[in-house]
Design a protein around this ligand. Sequence first.
Ligand code: C5J
Length: 228
Amino acid sequence: MVVPVPARPYDFPFDPANAAFVIIDMQRDFMEPGGFGAALGNDVSLLASAIAPISAVLDSCRAAGMLVIHTREGHRPDLSDLPGAKHRRGRGDTRIGDDGPMGRILVRGEAGHDIIPELAPVAGEPVIDKPGKGAFYATDLETILRQRGITQLILAGVTTEVCVHTTMREANDRGFECLLLSDGTASYFPEFHRMALEMACAQDGIFGWVAPSRDVVTAISTYRGINS
Ligand code: C5J
């Protein structure tokens, strides 16, 4: 059943039964001081605006029984999945694998790698650990989505122009319809955030759709009302 969501560049033909909410990298390493984002010289407070919109959509999706997927960017403790080309970039004092206030930077199992408590996964929600920016690269995300018959992705998380965009582009080439939450994504660079949203829906939706969280929440409520 399709519940249209007002979106750019035109209404998104939302089909909640075949959609997943994919929350990208809402990890302490990006959101809090002392993690990977801060090590690269960023003001991490700029990402906080995404938390409440994501939380609102997350509550709706859970209530509607939709598939929710969380991703985390990070590496094995022995860094065997960390390409030198990635390791060498970012020439600050602290790099991936180094010790920081939340444990080793961007390493699986460390406190900084955890998803922030406000958006913590619950039982049954797959958590995809990814070594790259895109959530499809070197993960089983596509298998999980295909097994569930998912054809549409509602994408949220950080950062808009890096991991969210990379994942949207990978998903687009795999035939998934993607909607980006305009307020449930954020960047350390507000201008990049704005342009990343523009890029997604330019050219009549070259990569997909963009809509605010409230319109997705309303659509999910409508869907629940029809199906109750
Ligand atoms: C970055 C991400 N920005 N999750 N990762 O390095 O966007």
